[in-house]
Design a protein around this ligand. Structure first.
Ligand SMILES: O=C(O)c1[nH]c(=O)[nH]c(=O)c1I
Length: 310
């Protein structure tokens, strides 16, 4: 079956790529993604200055998923800007760049640098990092998010996207969609980031599993699939002129199929990629293709967003 798709008119040979943060902080990791069967690749969220991030242990697999409080470790935006300058855009797969400034001023400076470089890469601005102590995430402050978009959207000029946290209230879906609708070049929403500030505790040692923030960290993996599907579908229904990239709980072709049925135009993988490595993408392509053939679908658009209700 044909797993190709496009985001803001940019073609992807297949719907799959990494979730920002996983297998993408350093060039050798990005190279492994480039050589894998992924349909695209995205860099680790960048801050203006390089960051060590939080003390380890800061990521762990747990039953039905993972917990992480990485704390935005990254090489600084210039590292990723240089990577974007050197990137061979004749590749079949496009490059996405994630930016996660610690302030609007930092996001402005980073966006201006990327716009000045005038490169074909696509920006995904992260409004939802849950793990920087003392920095509440933008995605849960609707007014701050609107203000940020009012500043950033005109600067970016071309199509771009934002990475959103999960929402759990219909009124919040309505409010966030209302803000996003105001920005024409906001072309896609990536839903969802980790379910923020969960707590994993070891029964034997009676101790939190990860070190940062008293053990509080973002939850990912299978346990967040149904929250992710709801967010993908909620924004798919509310924003017909925009696209949604689905992420959360995809461990096989089956969950990818469900994300696309919910409305996703592409599918990112976080926890499962961290655990399985880039060979995962060959498996997912085969599994999704087999599912589509079994159901009589030839392309993504044959079933995207067509989840039925009772
Ligand atoms: O702790 C992190 O680095 C992190 N971890 C996440 O689960 N989501 C994010 O957006 C980020 I920036």
């Amino acid at each position: 079956a044909d797993l190709s798709t496009n985001i803001a008119g940019v073609p992807l040979p297949n719907v799959f790529f990494n979730a920002s943060g996983v297998w993408c902080q350093h060039e050798h990791e990005l190279q492994a993604l480039l050589e894998s069967q992924s349909g695209s690749l995205i860099t680790k969220s960048a801050t203006f200055e390089p960051r060590e991030g939080n003390p380890s242990p800061r990521y762990l697999p747990i039953p039905n998923g993972s917990i992480n409080s990485m704390g935005l470790p990254n090489e600084g935006y210039e590292y990723y800007l240089n990577y974007a300058r050197k990137f061979d855009y004749s590749h079949t797969k496009p490059l996405f760049i994630s930016l996660s400034g610690l302030s609007l001023a930092d996001n402005v400076k980073m966006v201006e640098a990327f716009v000045a470089a005038d490169l074909p890469c696509m920006l995904e601005i992260n409004f939802s990092c849950p793990n920087v102590p003392g920095k509440p995430q933008l995605g849960y402050d609707i007014e701050a998010m609107d203000n940020a978009l009012a500043t950033l959207a005109p600067l970016v000029k071309k199509p771009f996207g934002i990475k959103l946290p999960p929402y759990f209230d219909i009124a919040h879906f309505d409010q966030v969609a209302g803000v996003c609708q105001k920005y024409d070049n906001l072309a896609f929403l990536t839903c969802v980031n980790s379910v923020g500030n969960g707590l994993a505790i070891d029964f034997e040692t009676e101790t939190a599993l990860i070190k940062p923030k008293d053990g509080f960290g973002g939850l990912g993996g299978a346990m967040i699939l149904n929250t992710a599907l709801a967010n993908v579908n909620a924004f798919h229904r509310r924003l017909p002129g925009k696209q949604v990239i689905g992420v959360g709980g995809v461990t096989s072709g089956k969950e990818a199929f469900l994300h696309i049925l919910a409305g996703a135009s592409a599918v990112q993988i976080g926890t499962q990629l961290k655990e399985e490595g880039p060979a995962l993408f060959e498996r997912l392509n085969k599994e999704l293709s087999d599912i589509m053939m079994a159901k009589g679908y030839n392309s993504i658009e044959d079933f995207r967003g067509k989840v039925k209700t009772l």
